[in-house]
Design a protein around this ligand. Structure first.
Ligand code: FO1
Ligand code: 5AD
Ligand code: SF4
Length: 368
């Protein structure tokens, strides 16, 4: 595996030859099939998950400098609203229900009151209920990404989730003093790492990632990738790492921050592919419309969730590409586009899944 010093050299490199040589070495490994292309035995495969995005609640206890999702005048979706989206998604043969929302939303007394009125003691009970409904009434598998959860909360939600997620964002606590995370107690790396380790102890297949371009140094970026790999070496629970590129948007504190350049993103993918053993590297295709194909060359092996019915509520200005377009992108480079479930193949067993989910997944696979 590449060491820290060589990783820094690559990120600092202005030599096209050097960058291309790194690319070539990676692709040679792939072509001989000795490569470490994420979770794919067959390296010429790129996956995606057909999903529906359910933004359960838009309030959040944090205020991240890059976020447009959070709203002080929040919405809390009713169960009927969520059911409607889930039923619709089922008709489109989606198999992932992505529950992404603000952190600890029930710290807001108004939200707690609304939940109490509906007969729930907290947001976790509410979430559990709708996720259980989803499992019993559709062929969608829940994946929750709602920020920090305690060990007990993770243990509870494991019963109704095929996998769960939390972006590390970055492993540097320095960023908690900067515009990105100064008002976000939940972005303390120590807390995020602890949750990822708890998910490991509980045997929950897990998605994490880093957000690049939020003021991190190259060293901090490298440390973050190594940190995720360390957790996976200890627990084996990290199925995929999302390399998310910061998008500047009007109205956010970081609206004038520069976005990462295509070369920065490309180098980060090369590095991730070199460091992350047996982990898929995912890039959201809607945030990399022009350069997605080049990132395929650099070793990504997953496009993440793509939805035929809902927008990306975190980046609502960036529409999803059509599946046909992704197929064409992939074919041109000799890759086959394959749909996957929100839990990766190697975790589909009794060790990593609650019995109810294991059975449900076998049912879904039989029907396909
Ligand atoms: O549509 C999105 N999906 C996001 N996803 C979902 C992801 O694209 C797929 O649903 C996973 O690959 C499921 O396996 C996330 C999942 C996580 O666990 C953590 C962060 C994200 C972030 C996004 C996102 O910004 N937009
Ligand atoms: C759901 C995930 O979306 C990412 N996220 C939040 N805001 C932005 C933005 N402006 N650009 C790109 N990604 C963003 C964060 O990494 C969060 O964890
Ligand atoms: S990115 Fe997530 S944690 Fe940060 S403010 Fe937005 S919703 Fe909250």
């Amino acid at each position: 595996m590449i060491n820290h010093e060589n990783a820094l050299n690559l990120l600092n490199s202005t030599s096209t030859t050097e960058i291309l040589e790194n690319l070539l070495n990676l692709s040679k490994l792939d072509d001989t099939n000795n490569g470490n292309k994420g979770n794919k035995g067959n390296s010429k495969t790129i996956t995606y998950s057909k999903n529906a995005f359910i933004p359960v609640c838009t309030w959040c206890r944090n205020i991240c400098g890059y976020c447009t999702f959070r709203e002080e005048n929040y919405t809390l979706l009713t169960k009927e609203q969520m059911k409607e989206t889930l039923r619709e998604a089922d008709k489109y043969n989606c198999h992932e229900a992505l529950f992404t929302f603000g952190e600890n939303v029930d710290e807001n007394p108004k939200i707690m009151e609304e939940l109490n009125k509906m007969g729930y003691n907290n947001i976790i009970e509410y979430l559990y209920d709708i996720e259980e409904w989803c499992l019993n009434n559709t062929d969608l598998l829940p994946h929750t990404n709602c920020g920090i959860l305690t060990y007990e909360e993770l243990k509870t939600l494991r019963e109704v989730n095929a996998s769960m997620g939390l972006m590390l964002e970055n492993s540097s606590s320095r960023l908690c003093k900067t515009i990105a995370h100064k008002d976000s107690i939940g972005k303390l790396p120590k807390t995020r790492i602890e949750m990822m380790e708890n998910a490991g102890k509980l045997k929950i297949p897990f998605t994490t990632g880093i957000l690049i371009g939020i003021g991190e140094t190259k060293e901090e970026l490298i440390n973050s990738i190594f940190e995720i790999n360390r957790i996976n070496e200890k627990y084996g629970n990290i199925q995929e790492v999302i390399i998310q590129n910061f998008r500047a948007k009007k109205g956010i504190p970081m609206e004038n921050y520069p976005e990462p350049t295509p070369i920065e993103i490309l180098k980060t993918i090369i590095l991730s592919r070199m460091i992350l053993k047996d982990i898929s590297v995912q890039v959201p295709p809607n945030l990399n419309k022009e350069t997605g194909q080049l990132l395929l060359l650099a070793g990504i092996d997953d496009w993440g969730g793509v939805s035929p019915i809902t927008k990306d509520f975190v980046n609502p200005e960036a529409p999803w590409p059509e599946i046909e377009e992704l197929e064409m992108f992939s074919r041109e480079l000799g890759y086959k586009l394959v749909e996957r479930l929100p839990v990766y193949e190697k975790y589909i067993n009794n060790e990593w899944l609650d019995d109810r989910l294991f059975k449900k997944i076998q049912d879904i696979k039989r029907k396909k």
